[in-house]
Design a protein around this ligand. Structure first.
Ligand SMILES: [Zn+2]
Length: 403
C-alpha cells in the first residue's frame, strides 16, 4: 500500500504549528492574537511553497487556491484555539489540507476564522457561505477581552479587506478532519470515525415563579417554592427523556439559578438553562414535545407558574452519503476493522459548508477523550492514518467529480 501523503512533512507542519503560541504541551492562540495571525501567515507560506495562491480575507479566513483548471475539493478546519487549549483541535484539519495539496490532489485549503467563538459563533464559515452581516461584525466584542471585533481585525491588519464567499461552480464539496473530542474511538481502540452528521443544539430557558418567603415560619403546605418546582421538572426530564431520545441524544441543565439564593429564604424564582442535542430532526422534535408536556404537567400540578422559552433551535447537518462512503472505503483500506460511523456531538464549520455544498467529516481519536485543554493529544500513527484516509477519499471523490 503506497501512501498518498508524506507522513514526516505532515507531522513536521503540525509540530511547527505547535510552537506558535505554545502553552505547556498545548497552545494559546485566541482569534486575531499575534500568535493566531502568525499561524495564519505560516499557513500561507506553506501553501505558497506548493505553488498555491494564498490569501487572508476580511474576517481572517485563510484560503489556499489550487492552481490549474477543473473542479476542486475544499479541505480545512480552523487554526485558532480556545484559551490555553490543545495543539490539534482545528489545526489538524488545516494541516491535513496542506498534506493533501502536497500530495498533488486538486484541493483548495481553508482555515475558517474564529470557530472557537472568541468573538462570534462560526463567523468564518458563515462569512464564506453568505450568512454573516456587516452589522454583526460591528456589534461583536471579545468574549473574554471585551475588545470590539472591528478593533481586533484592524490590529491584525485585516481592516477593509474583502470577505471571500463561495466561488460558484468551483467546489465538488468540503472535507474536514478533526479530533473526536470524545472518548468513543479511543476506548474502542479504533483509528477513524466517519462522521454521519453534526448534532443540532436546541436551547431553552425554564422560568419557575413562586413566592419568596421565610424558610422557618412558612409551613410546607403554604409555601410556593420555585426551586423545588425546578428540581421536580428536571427529575421528570431524567425519567421521561430516555423513553423518546435517540441512541446518542444528550441533554443538560447547564445553569440553575435560584432567587434570591440564600440559605434561609424560600426561592421565589428559579431559572434553568436547558439544552438537548441530536443529529435527527424528529428526535429533537420528540424531546421538545416531551419537555412541553412536562412543563404543562408541572404548571397544572402547581403551586408555581412555569414558563418555557425557546432560545435557539439549530438544524442538524447531515454528511453527504457519497462522501461518507468514500471515507468509509478509504478507512477500511488504511485501518481495516478499526473505524466506525458516528455522529459529531460538537459543532463544526462543516455544518455551515453543508448548507451550500456536499460535505463530510473524519475523526481521529482523542486520547482519554480530552480536548479544549492543553493536555489534548492523539497518537501520531492515528494522525497519519487519518490524513491518509482523507487523501484517499479526496482522490476518489475528485475522480468521481471528473476533476
Ligand atoms: Zn475545533
Amino acid at each position: 500500500m503506497t501512501a498518498l501523503i508524506d507522513p514526516e512533512k505532515f507531522l513536521g507542519d503540525l509540530d511547527h504549528l505547535r510552537t506558535i503560541g505554545a502553552f505547556r504541551t498545548g497552545v494559546h492562540r485566541p482569534t486575531y492574537s499575534p500568535a493566531d495571525m502568525q499561524s495564519r501567515h505560516f499557513l500561507c507560506e506553506r501553501l505558497m511553497a506548493l505553488g498555491y495562491r494564498a490569501e487572508i480575507d476580511g474576517i481572517g479566513n485563510v484560503f489556499g487556491w489550487c492552481p490549474g483548471p477543473g473542479r476542486k475539493l475544499l479541505v480545512g478546519s480552523h487554526i485558532e484555539s480556545q484559551n490555553e487549549a490543545g495543539w490539534l483541535d482545528g489545526a489538524l484539519g488545516v494541516v491535513a489540507g496542506v498534506a493533501l495539496a502536497r500530495a498533488g490532489l486538486a484541493v483548495d485549503v481553508a482555515a475558517w476564522a474564529d470557530e472557537e467563538g472568541h468573538y462570534l459563533s462560526f463567523p468564518g464559515s458563515r462569512s464564506f457561505v453568505g450568512q454573516l452581516e456587516e452589522s454583526e461584525i460591528d456589534a461583536a466584542k471579545g468574549r473574554f477581552t471585551g475588545v470590539p471585533l472591528r478593533q481586533a481585525l484592524a490590529e491584525a491588519g485585516l481592516a477593509g479587506r474583502p470577505r471571500v464567499t463561495v466561488p460558484p461552480g468551483r467546489h465538488a464539496g468540503f472535507l474536514e478532519m478533526h479530533i473526536e473530542q470524545g472518548a468513543t474511538l479511543d476506548r474502542a481502540g479504533e483509528q477513524i470515525g466517519v462522521v454521519t452528521g453534526i448534532v443540532a443544539i436546541w436551547q431553552y430557558r425554564l422560568v419557575f415563579t413562586g413566592q419568596q418567603n421565610h424558610a422557618g415560619t412558612t409551613t410546607m403546605a403554604e409555601r410556593r417554592d420555585a426551586g423545588a418546582a425546578a428540581v421536580r421538572l428536571l427529575s421528570a426530564i431524567e425519567r421521561e427523556y430516555p423513553k423518546v431520545c435517540g441512541p446518542r441524544s444528550v441533554w443538560t441543565a447547564g445553569r440553575i439559578t435560584l432567587d434570591p439564593g440564600a440559605a434561609s429564604i424560600i426561592p421565589g424564582r428559579a431559572e434553568v438553562l436547558f439544552q438537548h442535542r441530536d443529529v435527527e430532526m424528529d428526535v429533537l422534535e420528540r424531546m421538545q414535545a416531551t419537555l412541553e408536556r412536562l412543563v404543562a404537567e408541572e404548571a397544572a400540578r402547581g403551586p408555581c407558574k412555569v414558563q418555557l422559552e425557546v432560545i435557539s433551535r439549530a438544524i442538524p447537518a447531515l454528511c453527504d452519503p457519497g462522501f461518507m462512503d468514500a471515507l468509509a472505503a478509504a478507512a477500511e483500506e488504511v485501518a481495516p476493522g478499526k473505524w466506525r460511523r458516528m455522529p459529531s456531538g460538537a459543532g463544526h464549520d462543516a455544518q455551515y459548508l453543508a448548507q451550500v455544498m456536499p460535505a463530510a467529516m473524519l475523526f481521529v481519536p482523542s486520547i482519554d477523550g480530552i480536548s479544549h485543554h492543553w493536555s489534548e493529544d492523539t497518537r501520531r500513527e492515528d494522525l497519519v492514518a487519518g490524513a491518509e484516509v482523507l487523501a484517499r477519499a479526496a482522490r476518489a471523490i475528485l475522480a468521481k467529480a471528473g476533476a
